[in-house]
Design a protein around this ligand. Sequence first.
Ligand SMILES: Cc1ncc(COP(=O)(O)O)c(C=O)c1O
Length: 344
Amino acid sequence: MIDLRSDTVTQPTAEMWDAMRAASLGDDTLEGDATVHALETLGASLAGKEEALFVVSGTMGNLIASLCHAVRGGEVVLDAHAHMAKSEAGGLARIAHLYPVSVPSTRGEMDLNVLADSLRPGFSRYGQPTAMVCVETTHNHSGGYVPSLAYLADVRGLAAHAGIAVHMDGARAFNAAVSLGTHLARVAAYCDSVTFCLSKGLSAPMGSILAGSREFIAQARTFRRMVGGGLRQAGIMAAAGKVALDTMVERLAEDHRRARRLWQGLADLDPTLVDPQPSGSNIVRLRVSEQRTTDASAWARALEQHGVQTRASGTGMLRLVTHRHIEDAHIELAIAAVARIREA
Ligand SMILES: Cc1ncc(COP(=O)(O)O)c(C=O)c1O
């Protein structure tokens, strides 16, 4: 099977298994775990932030950030297709008690005029102050697009002008950095807090990093405990995460190159099958129908019969994601499978 469902299916590398076996462990909630500490120190420095916290998942990192920022207000401004709004089980509202104000976006970039109008520096007759603005990179539900640094700077500027914090859902922020030809710290420079995942293209079995100021991370540690994320011998997982950061970032460029080839191969079959521009990262969307009623999962099942696994993503759309276990030949087989289904 050629598994293009997600980069989260990646298995740990041999080096990760070795590091997990050899990790020195402590109780991270009591005296601390040296391996977790080493990972958090590395994560903070890569993100260009004072401190970092190892958390179970990207969703937990985003939720804890929301709880920290929610201390300052009642609304969160984010784009209508944000993963935090659409795919994190409503934690923003149900747990952090933030009211989501959504802004239309194109390829993961919010409309800056609407964003500016949506920010509330303080209490008004109609609403509570904006606790935070969220940006997402790479942008999952838009098909893996990479918001530009200029856009991130603009969002930062508008939020700072109103005295509002910016949180970055950077589940795939390393993909963004590699795609933009820069470092994570440069991408994360435009936010107060950032979550990035170790468990996606970087291939660690579990875990994410939440990074921010010393004061922010001290609060985050308490909220992590509150949501049940206080860890014990977490060094086993942190060891794999550290190998992920040390060894797996640069190779993301290979995933991007293969996604680009996949986009091109599908566009050559029919340009309407794909988004008008390649995403620049490791996600390709395959538009199987313009009809809102068409069930993309029927296409997913047909592709599976040709040995290609994908996932439905929105109406009439499949999402194909490249990762470490996908080779050049798999991409050609996937393109051929789509061609055959179209002919049938
Ligand atoms: C943009 C984005 N944010 C957050 C997450 C959540 O990460 P996790 O599955 O580790 O909770 C994902 C997962 O795919 C994501 O794509």
